[in-house]
Design a protein. Structure first.
Length: 274
């Protein structure tokens, strides 16, 4: 990827992070840490990878993205808003009673959302169903899902992984946001789901790893996924929870908390908005 394009994508990712903080601050609740850690991945997906049309959110032949870690909806909403699915200003209505931007994605009311999610693990099964349906119907879609690393402690994830491997769903690509932290602390302390490469390989998956904050690395990972034509691919995406906001980075306290007015100003300064 050339330098100019990486610079453009970095600016989009910065705006997505600003949108995340604006949304969570306005709601006085939400999940900033894991939303910030996937901002660069969401940028690459929505601006480089996905075959989509924001003017026609329900286009039948579009690629699908399932945010299985649905509590990180502020990240998805900010990406969708900046991609043109709905006004950026609406991000400030997050979790308001009358808003279509609730705490977890809602495919019935939010343009661009392909799957209602929130109960961890369920998005993985749905993504498998989407991928198998596309295979049966000879459709061109690719199906993408984003999982939390804490989410991989759910048994349903591994049932879905077994399903995808058995049916050789080469049109399916999962990304595990491997920031190492979940609401109760380090994933290795709570219920260690690692090592990922050996486990997914044993389930019949193509395994790729990337730096979640390096666009060259992200691009190489998704190209490797597309090049694999006989099995599903999982990308182990090494990320920093709270990426871009100094006091949130690698701090589990910001898994699900909103900044106060003073912290909001610091975050905006960190993100180049002050």
């Amino acid at each position: 990827m050339d330098i100019q394009r990486k610079t453009e994508l970095a600016e989009i990712a910065r705006k997505i992070r600003v949108g995340i903080i604006d949304a969570v601050y306005s709601a006085n609740s939400g999940h900033p840490g894991g939303s910030l850690s996937i901002a660069d991945v969401l940028t690459y997906l929505y601006w480089e990878e996905l075959n989509i049309n924001p003017a026609d959110p329900k286009w039948e032949d579009r690629d699908r993205l399932v945010l299985s870690k649905g509590h990180c909806a502020p990240g998805l909403y900010s990406a969708l808003a900046h991609r043109g699915y709905f006004p950026v200003e609406d991000l400030k209505t997050l979790r308001k009673t009358s808003s279509y931007l609730q705490g977890h994605p809602d495919m019935k009311h939010t343009p661009g959302v392909d799957m209602s999610s929130g109960s961890l693990g369920q998005g993985t099964s749905v993504s498998c169903g989407m991928a198998l349906a596309a295979k049966i119907d000879n459709k061109p879609q690719r199906i993408y899902a984003i999982l939390g690393d804490g989410e991989t402690e759910e048994g349903q994830v591994w049932e879905a992984a077994m399903f995808a491997g058995h049916y050789k769903l080469s049109n399916l690509c999962w990304l595990v946001d491997f920031n190492g932290l979940q609401i109760d602390g380090a994933i290795t302390d709570v219920m260690n789901p690692t090592p990922y490469p050996e486990k997914f390989s044993a389930f019949g998956w193509n395994v790729v790893e990337c730096d979640a904050h390096d666009f060259d690395s992200i691009e190489a990972a998704y190209k490797a996924a597309k090049a694999c034509t006989d099995k599903p691919t999982v990308i182990i995406s090494h990320s920093t929870k709270g990426k871009g906001v100094s006091f949130m980075e690698n701090n589990v306290a910001w898994h699900g908390a909103a900044p106060n007015a003073e912290q909001y100003e610091v975050a905006m300064a960190d993100l180049g908005e002050r």
